[in-house]
Ligand binder design. Sequence first.
Ligand code: FE2
Length: 297
Amino acid sequence: MGADLHDIRYVRMGTDNLDDCVQYATEILGLELVRREAGAAYLRGDNRDHNVVYTHGRAAGHVVGFELPSMDALDRAASEFENAEIDVKYGTSTEREQRRVGGLITIKDPTGNIIDLVARPAASGKRYYGTRDAGITSFSHVGLRTSDSKTDEAFWTTWLSAKVSDWIGDAPLLRIDDVHHKVALFPSSFPGVQHVNFQVESHDDIMRSYYFLKKKNVRLAFGPGRHPTSGARFLYFYGPDEMIYEYSTGVRLITEEDEKTYVPRQFPMTSSSFCMWGAEPDIAEFKSEKEPATHAA
Ligand SMILES: [Fe+2]
């Protein structure tokens, strides 16, 4: 029912500080600037056309793009959403050209997170070449904000082909392919992207970036640490507009074979559910309201 998501594709984030975002993304995060066009900047951390777009004006909010396997699948999803009276916005030719996709529809989840569903997005024949050697291998997942995690979880699992891999408190970690999670929904009072994840090649890259970011006086948010849920080693840090970025490596895969016996686990909303090494998050959505506020750095 609804859309069978093939993969996460991009995130678009409105900003009032386009130049700062581009400078941060290239010099700190390690992305490659692909183009600046119509007041927006397109960047990438893998061999797809782009993964991160900074758009003009913070009021534009955040959009997460997912790829469907074909134009037919996109058409079918659109009519199923319409039959269920889920609002569908059809992308204009200008919007499709800007996103470098063949097909585009846009929907919202119950919280109001804006979700682009696309078909035939452009790959790039040119190898991704980062501005610094951060060891990035791919854009991999986002944390999204939810004002009602049970309702949003039901929407994502019913209409967007997601499966729950684990819960931390009320926050579901959702997979759409073998990777433990490509989306996670964190309780919040407003919609939008809560963090943006890039996979890096190894834990050496995590530690290299830890020292690099410290030297550059980047505000660290959490880690280095290891998630007991996905097994990934991670490092979270802040960028412009208080956006949180994450490098991680070694995420668990839940294959079709594993799915025959896999049951999602319920972790409590405590810092040890986010880090098995003992790091404390400086991230509001990762803290239980009952826990005293602690800061990692
Ligand atoms: Fe993450």
